[in-house]
Design a protein around this ligand. Structure first.
Ligand code: GLU
Length: 422
């Protein structure tokens, strides 16, 4: 690989990017010598081989990961991702982002992440269940309400969480709902959890629009990734009067300059497994992140906005629904071009915030109505947005650096109070 090839490869490396983001913010804080290294590295990383019997009677071995980046502020918290491209490095980056995310919204969790290398579209329901149960069983010593609490992430959902609850509970010989969040309502889930990441994003976008003096009503929005985060964000923003002018997923991209009918698109995707072919919309061939819009929501995978395309982003606001969609090089370009980026660790933290509410409700055995969940979420998100914006204005840094500074300070404060055990 030539040096240009190597440097593009490097830009696409989420772990390297998470490290650069951390270093940039940490270098602005006056941290005790050596402490940066203490909090940068994951606390524990586990790799498991998961043998599963397939429907045709054959056996396959899948690889699973769980990384606990930090348990300083509370149990490790973070989702489990099922994807063919999952690697230990990716899961480690995602675990670190969870630490900073939980600290930005000031909830009592550390950061963790899990992943299984698989393509869930190619597995039957039975195979998916056996794989999930084997993963949960093999990691049941790590998991627990007080130690490590998984949740859904890319390609995992409430049903998968229900299988994890059941597997863990069978091993413990008692029902333990608080071991995972993002569960079905009937299995100890919280009202409002499924919509929480999109709703949190809405509160952040409202904050950004107010700060920049851009009216949300009538604003044109493009959504990359029409999964749980992208579709709920689009729906809620449209209810606030925004126009969703383009949307994409793995099947392709569509545009409708007059605005997509989001509830109808959500029903279409349920029936047709993708946005493509949605009546009334035109197929879109140029990359959706370069689409002419006011607000761009990358809600798919990592490193979608890079130094290759950052100059062509036309949005005024980038609201990061995904984890790690923008590389550090792209951040510099966007900052120079005055694009206001609401960073992932703030923008998509509504999900883990309601996961915290779910965990609290499980431990109380008392469940809140959805309006209570939503208003508590709004309070936390509004405060987090205000904390990060204040830091950004005070230190004249972009919102990502500011969010990392807020988060790192909170983690360091706890380390200094607890001390490092000899
Ligand atoms: N997977 C989501 C995230 O990346 C939610 C994590 C959680 O609720 O623990 O924030």
């Amino acid at each position: 690989m030539g040096s240009e090839g190597a440097s593009i490869q490097k830009e696409l490396d989420p772990l390297g990017n998470a490290g650069r983001q951390f270093d940039e913010a940490a270098s602005r804080l006056n941290l005790p010598a050596g402490l940066r290294e203490v909090i940068k590295h994951p606390r524990r990383a586990t790799i498991v081989s998961l043998p599963v019997q397939m429907d045709d009677g054959s056996f396959r071995v899948f690889t699973g990961y769980r990384v606990q980046h930090s348990i300083v502020r509370g149990p490790a918290k973070g989702g489990i991702r099922y994807h063919p491209d999952v690697t230990l490095e990716e899961v480690s980056a995602l675990a670190a982002w969870m630490t900073w995310k939980c600290a930005v919204v000031n909830i009592p969790f550390g950061g963790g992440k899990g992943g299984v290398v698989c393509d869930p579209d190619k597995l039957s329901r039975g195979e998916l269940e056996r794989l999930t149960r084997r993963y949960a069983a093999d990691l049941s010593d790590l998991f627990g309400p007080e130690s490590d609490v998984p949740a859904p992430d890319v390609n995992t959902n409430a049903q998968i969480m229900a299988w994890i609850v059941d597997t863990y509970s069978m091993h413990e010989r008692r029902t333990e709902y608080a071991v995972v969040t993002g569960k079905p309502l009937e299995v100890g889930g919280s009202a409002g959890r499924r919509e929480a990441t999109g709703r949190g994003l809405l509160f952040c976008v409202r904050g950004a629009c107010a700060h920049l003096g851009i009216p949300l009503a009538g604003a044109r929005v493009a959504v990359q990734g029409f999964g749980n985060v992208g579709s709920v964000s689009a729906d809620l923003l449209a209810r606030d009067g925004a126009r969703i002018v383009a949307a994409s997923d793995v099947t392709g991209a569509i545009e409708a300059p007059e605005g997509l009918d989001v509830p109808a698109l959500i029903r279409w995707v349920e029936d047709h497994r993708g946005v493509l072919g949605f009546p009334g919309a035109r197929p879109l061939s140029p990359p959706i992140v370069e689409h002419d819009c006011d607000i761009l929501i990358p809600a798919a995978l990592e490193t979608q906005i890079t130094r290759e395309n950052a100059d062509r982003i036309r949005a005024k606001i980038v609201a990061e629904g995904a984890n790690g969609p923008t590389s550090p090089d792209a951040d510099r370009i966007l900052e120079r071009r005055n694009v206001f980026v609401i960073p992932d660790i703030l923008c998509n933290s509504g999900g883990v915030t309601v996961s915290y509410f779910e965990w609290v409700q499980n431990r109380m055995g008392y469940y809140w109505p959805e309006d209570e969940v939503n208003s508590r979420l709004e309070r936390i998100m509004t405060q987090a947005f205000a904390d990060v914006l204040a830091k950004s204005l005070e230190h004249r840094v972009n919102m990502r650096v500011a969010a990392f500074m807020v988060a790192i300070e909170r983690v360091v404060k706890v380390i200094m109070l607890r001390g490092v055990y000899a």
